[in-house]
Design a protein around this ligand. Sequence first.
Ligand code: SAH
Length: 199
Amino acid sequence: MIAEQIRARGVRDQRVLDAMNRVPRHLFVPGAERHEAYEDHPIPIGFGQTISQPYIVAFMTEALGVEPSHRVLEIGAGSGYQTAVLAELGATVYAVEVIEALAIRARQLLDELHYANVHLRAGDGYAGWPEHAPYDRIIAAAAPDDIPRAFIDQLVEGGILAIPLGVINQQLHVSRRVGGKQETIGTMPVRFVPMIKKA
Ligand code: SAH
């Protein structure tokens, strides 16, 4: 998976490759689909949601440039796989997942794997997680139409945000907060589920 799907497509940050090498991805995939865990596509995890394609996880993680000192907000934890990759990089991760059953399952697995630097709660992540703000990095795995104001407010100056935006022609936006505004670093066409707005 690492060599053919990720390294060969240009993700070269060795810390990201090592982190992904250490996370047992098959444990984050439900039993019936487990044999597909290291294949080059997203996989259903129940409740109409999917675990992201390995390359997308690698691309977004590299784009964030996560350091061990960082506090990272993750919206849409789903299976908890991306959460584990961020935790492997040494960051303190604050993860939010709107589907309670997925949040419970992800938290249980991350506990079993002894990721002590992960805080995961069930709830609507549209408003971020203000109690622990500000964050050095914010990553979202579900797409709103526009960047939620809360994400910009909860990002440190110089912090990086990676988020898919829109429905048709959805684009991953990677941007840096400069002077209270988001400056685009790069974009890429992607396909994520829409961000559910509970409120
Ligand atoms: N990185 C995850 C991706 C899961 S798919 C993984 O690889 O497993 C995206 C997730 O975003 C889904 O689990 C969905 O329930 C969640 N989601 C959608 N809208 C949300 C919201 N408003 N707040 C928090 N999570 C949300």
